[in-house]
Write a protein that binds this ligand. Structure first.
Ligand code: BTN
Length: 246
């Protein structure tokens, strides 16, 4: 089994970057080691899934982990990367759960988003796992349209928490998670995911590139697709946004 403690290999810290994922990609052109973490106090152009913006005011935790998994499937790693976040937040006594694919929610409000991107550099496949957690963000500094659906550790705990202490725990959890992912494969992690994902068992509407698809979310497949029962027909959704839970 892969030994633990490969994350963080080292932490490259910046006051402000456009996006830690973009900074990580830039760094790949230099001599960079797997397990490097790119961390920023703020992002000027933080990115979310599907090119959406990720508002990144001070008080949040914004970082990207650089990995070279043998399994060249950023999608599965992306799906499962919510697990170490949930484990970390639960360690703080927060009742976190997952919304497919990898949003981390507390009492129905989003506390963390994950953007995992796969890129090749000189024939090496890199997965850049970008994680943004609203630790002590002033929620009034988020765009108005997300203020009512977002939360932070500070709001949930009723006291201030330092992003550094969340980072330390999260990197430990991620290291542990990644050792399992690489050493044992995804099966046990998928089981854990199924237990934590509140989307499963619900009637949902998913926005995909081909339009909206509705059905009952019955499972996640071994490669990380959401399995829907659309009136007797089984469908696997690889990419999409959950727009509604019926
Ligand atoms: C989403 O929910 O749409 C994903 C949000 C991911 C945000 C993080 S913050 C650190 C990393 N850098 C980015 O530009 N995005 C990710």
């Amino acid at each position: 089994m892969q030994s633990k403690c490969m994350i963080p290999k080292n932490i490259l810290r910046f006051d402000v970057v456009d996006s830690t994922n973009d900074k990580a990609k830039e760094l790949l052109d230099r001599d960079i080691q797997e397990g490097t973490v790119v961390l920023a106090d703020r992002q000027a152009a933080g990115r979310g899934r599907y090119g959406r913006a990720w508002a990144s005011p001070p008080g949040g935790l914004y970082f990207s982990i650089l990995l070279t998994p043998k399994e060249r499937n950023a999608q599965l790693l992306s799906l499962l990367s919510g697990l170490p976040v949930v484990r970390t937040l639960r360690g703080f006594g927060i009742e976190a759960s997952l919304k497919w694919p990898n949003d981390v929610l507390v009492h129905g409000r989003k506390i963390c988003g994950i953007l995992c991107e796969g890129v090749y550099r000189h024939d090496v496949y890199w997965a850049i796992v970008g994680i943004g957690v609203n630790v002590a963000v002033d929620l009034r500094r988020l765009p108005q349209n997300v203020q009512s659906t977002a939360t932070s550790l500070r709001r949930e705990m009723g006291r201030n928490v330092e992003p550094e202490s969340v980072l330390a725990d999260l990197l430990k959890e991620y290291d542990d998670f990644y050792a399992t992912y690489v050493g044992q494969g995804a099966e046990r992690l998928l089981m854990e995911y199924r237990g934590l994902c509140t989307t499963l068992g619900k009637d949902v509407v998913i926005e995909t590139a081909k339009g909206r698809i509705s059905g009952n979310a019955i499972d996640v497949s071994p490669v990380g697709a959401l399995v829907l029962d659309t009136g007797g027909k089984r469908m696997e959704i690889f990419e999409g946004t959950l727009v509604r839970t019926v």
